[in-house]
Design a protein. Structure first.
Length: 234
């Protein structure tokens, strides 16, 4: 895989992780404000931290499989600690709200530190942090390329990293006027025709999310599992 393609995929993964960390930090701020007065609302914030953290860890493990830096592993450890702290705080909220408050403050501080570290990585050799397209914006991409879009099945929410990977596969594979078919089922199937025979990075994006990619002169086809399997630590 060319270095520029490798860097593009890594930049996308870093960006998804950074946005998840931002969300975790914001939720921790809210949890700290609510722990002593509205434990039910604080519990919801802690649950959101855990969910965002698990998603971020999944993206970090994909990044490490792609050859991430040692600094990425350190960010991953920080996120893992934040998840554990959030789970512990959620369980003791009712009986020890002060300890839950202290945990929320620690999570917020850890989140800000990890985000600073990640932004440092992005500013040295990587693209700056910026909003990334979602699968919901696929229609706009297809219109710009003077192509057509057909959606089969019922769309549903996807993890941010998977949605971005799907968008990028279509973006890279669709050179101009043509057709895109998105099929929703147990798997997300993307079919593009005519297409770039081997669009840069598409095969690797599919592989990172446990999917497959088939290139061809007339059509390319990517199959992405919607229910992602949790990756083991690298």
């Amino acid at each position: 895989m060319p270095a520029t393609t490798h860097r593009s995929i890594a930049d996308d993964l870093h960006d998804v992780i950074a946005h998840a960390l931002s969300a975790m930090t914001v939720q921790a701020t809210g949890a700290a404000r609510l722990a002593l007065t509205r434990p039910d609302h604080a519990a919801t914030a802690f649950e959101a931290i855990e969910a965002a953290g698990r998603e971020a860890l999944g993206e970090l493990r994909r990044l490490l499989r792609l050859g991430g830096a040692a600094a990425d592993a350190l960010v991953g450890r920080s996120i893992a600690v934040m998840i554990v702290q959030a789970g512990g705080a959620r369980r003791i909220l009712e009986r020890e709200p002060r300890r839950a408050f202290d945990a929320a403050v620690q999570i917020e501080q850890a989140g800000r530190a990890a985000l600073t570290q990640l932004r440092h990585l992005l500013e040295h050799g990587h693209a700056p942090l910026a909003p990334q397209p979602t699968l919901a914006e696929l229609g706009e991409l297809v219109v710009r390329r003077l192509a057509t879009l057909e959606v089969r099945g019922v769309p549903r929410p996807l993890p941010a990293g998977l949605a971005l990977a799907a968008y990028r596969i279509v973006e890279e594979a669709l050179p101009g006027p043509g057709g895109v078919v998105v099929s929703w089922g147990p798997e997300l199937v993307l079919e593009i025709s005519p297409a770039d025979v081997e669009p840069p990075g598409a095969r690797d994006r599919a592989w990172l999310y446990g999917g497959t990619f088939e290139g061809g002169a007339e059509r390319v086809r990517a199959v992405l599992p919607i229910e992602l399997q949790e990756l083991a630590p690298v």
